[in-house]
Design a protein around this ligand. Structure first.
Ligand code: SF4
Length: 294
């Protein structure tokens, strides 16, 4: 198997010097001295080195090395124009065309995928990570800025605008986003659920945490248009059921007919949330109106 080689084609080479072409034994001896006879196969060919002006050539031998299928030993030889002695320049193991080669090395940090991190693992922080900016730069998130101002200190690095948009896009398209299978079969969206805890800052408009132990998303960030079968209103008692004359918060008619449910859009979620609060919260009376009555 090792003796059959597909040696790469060389550029047009000058004529091979006869003494160098005949120096097969010298080349083999040098190779044996370097790597031992056991890993050397038959002599394959000899080619002139294009830059050797006829006084440099390379002998190729099949390589009998485990795991190096299609590789060959190259022994470069040369001589001075006025001298007969052949000298060894170098010996090297090279791949032939189609030789089995290792894939290009990719740093561990670039190969890391979500889910690869295990207890005790450390991911070295990248100083050039565009998702993070130094804490003294405005983070573009009022909640972060307010907190840092209140405490009189800040974190060394905070999430950049790019970092937050990147996370938002990932969360929206992920397992707890509005397009997931769970969301499509939910009776209503998280934005209308009593177990939904909105995030602070600019993420508040679209994301929150689920606080329902029964839900598969318990403790995770969920999009406002995500939803699950444990929605607070799906298990509502008579007492909390919407009045017949209330505006519908979600319509399950399509679901009953077996048609695929359309997840609520963000504006629809906001309208629904406002509707719930408007129905539950009695109108506030101002001090002024009370004092007028007395
Ligand atoms: S219980 Fe379900 S619908 Fe309610 S917040 Fe959690 S995931 Fe969303």
């Amino acid at each position: 198997m090792h003796d059959t080689l597909d040696v790469p084609e060389s550029a047009p080479a000058p004529d091979i010097d006869a003494r160098l072409a005949a120096a097969v034994g010298i080349a083999r001896d040098a190779l044996v001295e370097d790597v031992g006879s056991g890993s050397i196969g038959e002599h394959v060919d000899v080619v002139a080195e294009p830059t050797g002006f006829g006084y440099a050539a390379t002998h190729r031998f099949a390589a009998k090395v485990d795991g190096y299928v299609g590789w060959f030993w190259a022994v470069s030889v040369s001589r001075a124009p006025e001298r007969d002695e052949v000298t060894i320049d170098e010996t090297v193991l090279l791949p032939g065309d189609g030789a089995l080669e290792v894939p290009e090395w990719v740093p561990w940090a670039q190969r890391l995928q979500p889910g690869d991190l295990h207890p005790g693992d450390l991911v070295p922080s990248d100083p050039e990570d565009e998702r993070l900016v130094p804490g003294y730069i405005d983070s573009d998130d009022p909640a972060v800025e307010d907190l840092a101002w209140e405490l009189g200190l800040g974190r060394e690095r905070v999430l950049s605008r790019y970092g937050r948009l990147d996370a938002a896009a990932r969360w929206r398209g992920g397992a707890h986003g509005g397009t997931s299978a769970m969301a499509k079969h939910a009776p209503a969206a998280c934005g209308t659920c009593g177990f939904y805890l909105p995030l602070a800052g600019s993420m508040r408009a679209m994301f929150g945490a689920c606080a329902n132990e029964i839900s598969p998303a318990d403790g995770a960030v969920v999009a406002a248009d995500f939803g699950c079968g444990a929605h607070s209103q799906a298990t509502a008692t008579e007492e909390f059921a919407p009045e017949p004359d209330r505006e519908l918060i979600y319509d399950t008619a399509e679901f009953e007919r077996g048609a695929p449910l359309r997840p609520l859009t963000a504006p629809e979620v906001l309208v629904a949330v406002r509707a719930i609060f408007a129905q539950r919260t009695p109108p506030k009376k101002s001090r002024l109106s009370r004092s007028k009555r007395h």
